[in-house]
Design a binder for this molecule. Sequence first.
Ligand code: SAM
Length: 298
Amino acid sequence: QNNPNPDVSKPRYVRVNTLKLDVEAAFNELSKQHKVQRDDMVPDLLVLPSGTDLHDHPLVKSGSIFMQGKASSMVAVALGPEPGWEVLDACSAPGNKTVHLAALMRGNGKITACELNKDRVRRLEDTIKCAGATNVEVLHGDFLKISTEDPLYSKVRAILLDPSCSGSGTAAERLDHLLPSYTAAQTADVAATPRVKNLAAFQSRALAHALSFPAVERVVYSTCSIYQTENEDVVKSVLPLASSLGFHLETPFPKWSRRGLPVVEGSEHLLRTDPVMDMEGFFIALFVRRSIVNPPRP
Ligand code: SAM
């Protein structure tokens, strides 16, 4: 069943920072020393054998490649921002997904990267500098306090919301007590602790806020949690609002087989990754609307 020591057999992923290097060039360079494959789903992701240590590799040091897992690399791709768009990364430090967005936008358009925690703002700035992302503006503040009526954000077309979560899908957090039964852990009592409930309350507010920006067409909500409380339940809590604003759930990565728990309408559109089989437990929901139901006031 579950692999008792999942880190041994799992591949290493690197995301090519296409602001600095194209995927082909990175592939060729890494192939000189390692066995490299392209990922079958994320176009700028390369797969190396387990145990490959790239921490000191010149391509990592120069910001040409980022050591970023597959699930984490799926999030910005799911949002799918186009070059030239205005995009808001609501909870952005340390900025891995921010600079992935910048690469997908080929450095064109504008990304506002919002971050509440001052120390983490510094890490965010370092990541942006290292990646050479020039179209990112850092905003040190509370995403919930950005007014949806602020003209500065009246043209934001896409929002990535990757808020603080329990981290229960990541190796450091899940530890052995969660490994024996992923299924049980998703809904286990631990998910009902005040900490997780508080996180879920914040996540719901933040998601409702993201959906309320006047010109937004695409919103991705993601967590590295395996708990239903922080995933499907959060999506469920905003569905009436989302639908009143003209949003529906779309299916990121349709070929991916693991979808949401069947506890909410549209769960087949939600994406889950498994903390053991896929190395990390992530959750992605994609809200899309084709026309603005509540147009911005003149
Ligand atoms: N997206 C990031 C990445 O891929 O590198 C990881 C984001 S991390 C899961 C969540 C971040 O949200 C933390 O840095 C936290 O300090 C920040 N945060 C929490 N509450 C916030 C708020 N109200 N407004 C803005 N940022 C917030």
